[in-house]
Design a protein around this ligand. Structure first.
Ligand SMILES: Cc1cc2nc3c(=O)[nH]c(=O)nc-3n(C[C@H](O)[C@H](O)[C@H](O)COP(=O)(O)O)c2cc1C
Length: 377
């Protein structure tokens, strides 16, 4: 997936992240029920981890869940045909554990039969939720008719969703964007149509496919989806980095839940803080010990999963974690070039000694995201 992506540097200032508290939060959010039903599933919190292919695999999901507050996590998008044919990568992506719950598996594809077979396979394997991806702007995904392309053809998209819903008894959800471009905002129409065929919930990333990851998330666009459906929960998604962003998302859109992707790596404690906030407590920032323990825990889980190759896979997290975890810039740089588990231990010992010496509060996250509209998409 990453090969056809261009690198885009994002910088996020973590300076004020610890200063948010619940003073400006409307009472209704403090008093509401924490649980939310998505079809027959009752999820423990209204804040979900959005899928970030290549990042939110089992080790990160586990490390984040241990901090508390995650209502639902979703796997990377998985090509349905590969899942049913037993493809190695697809089978790796559905890897889970007893702690990794609640979990949905996200599938995509252009053939209804592939999707229904994948959904039945997943249900038989004991997975409790299926999510259909209709939001990915990647060329590779769209050229096969899956992903966001489906959003241009309401009848076909609805027929596909209906077939998957009919094939399984576990709840089926959809994740989509607002539409193909600003002239084709199809999400409200699709959401309405999907609800009629039994979808259990809809996650909407408030950008169009044409926007890629540029511009700002369109909260009014998400609100239109909320207004288009009768009962099912709409999960708002896009650019939530702080407690206030999460509450603003809910306030402006009226969505019942929020999915957080990149914000979870910028602040792994965001879900815990949201939980505290809804319990009427003052959200607590992590102590230095907790920050270092999280870093170690995520790495150990990756090591367990991937062996020594975890050192290479871990490099891309350094830029996300550096500012939040108080890692001095030179040590963040060393993590970015990590090449052995022993070096990780050395670096962590040095982080412990020099924790907080960092001079900048800006995360130097380097993440590969699709860089705007590209002709072949
Ligand atoms: C590197 C990367 C990988 C992603 N992979 C997926 C994916 O597998 N499935 C999906 O539905 N969305 C995927 N997304 C989109 C995110 O789930 C989310 O909709 C988007 O990043 C906006 O939310 P955020 O600002 O909270 O990150 C991905 C985004 C990024 C940056």
């Amino acid at each position: 997936m990453n090969s056809s992506l261009q690198t885009q540097t994002e910088s996020h200032d973590c300076k004020n992240y610890n200063q948010h508290d619940n003073e400006n939060i409307p009472d209704r959010y403090l008093q509401e029920e924490k649980e939310i039903s998505v079809g027959s599933r009752v999820l423990p919190s209204r804040y979900f981890l959005a899928p970030l292919a290549g990042y939110t695999h089992l080790p990160l999901r586990t490390a984040l869940r241990e901090l508390g507050g995650i209502g639902l996590a979703t796997t990377d998008l998985i090509l349905a045909a590969q899942l049913v044919s037993g493809g190695r990568k697809a089978r790796e992506l559905i890897k889970t554990s007893a702690q990794d719950k609640p979990l949905s598996v996200q599938i995509f594809g252009s053939q209804i039969s592939d999707l229904t077979r994948a959904a039945v396979f997943l249900e038989q394997m004991g997975y409790e939720g299926i999510d259909i991806n209709m939001g990915c702007p990647m060329g590779k995904v769209n050229s096969s008719g899956g992903g966001a392309r489906l959003m241009c053809d309401c009848d076909s998209a609805t027929a596909m969703v209906a077939a998957v819903v009919k094939a399984v008894s576990v709840p089926v959800t959809v994740k989509m964007r607002l539409g193909w471009n600003s002239e084709q905002i199809t999400a409200p129409l699709l959401a309405k149509s999907f609800e009629q065929v039994g979808i259990a919930g809809i996650t909407v990333h408030g950008r169009t496919r044409q926007q890629g990851f540029h511009g700002q998330v369109n909260l009014d666009g998400i609100r239109q989806v909320v207004e288009a459906v009768e009962q099912i929960p709409v999960i708002g998604n896009g650019d939530v980095r702080t407690l206030e962003d999460a509450i603003t998302m809910r306030d402006i859109t009226g969505c019942q839940a929020v999915a957080i992707g990149r914000g979870a790596m910028l602040d792994p404690w965001l879900f815990r803080k949201l939980k505290q906030l809804h319990e009427g407590e003052k959200p607590t920032p992590p102590t230095p010990d907790e920050q270092i323990a999280f870093l170690r825990r995520h790495f150990d889980l990756m090591l367990h999963e991937h062996g020594d190759y975890a050192t290479v896979l871990f490099r891309k997290f350094a830029g996300w974690y550096g500012a939040r975890l108080g890692i001095p810039e030179d040590l963040e740089d060393r993590l970015r070039r990590l090449d052995s588990p022993d070096k990780f231990q050395e670096i962590v010992e040095e982080i412990k000694r020099r924790h907080g010496e960092r001079t900048t509060t800006t995360a130097t996250a380097l993440i590969k995201v699709p860089n705007g509209p590209v002709e072949r998409w």
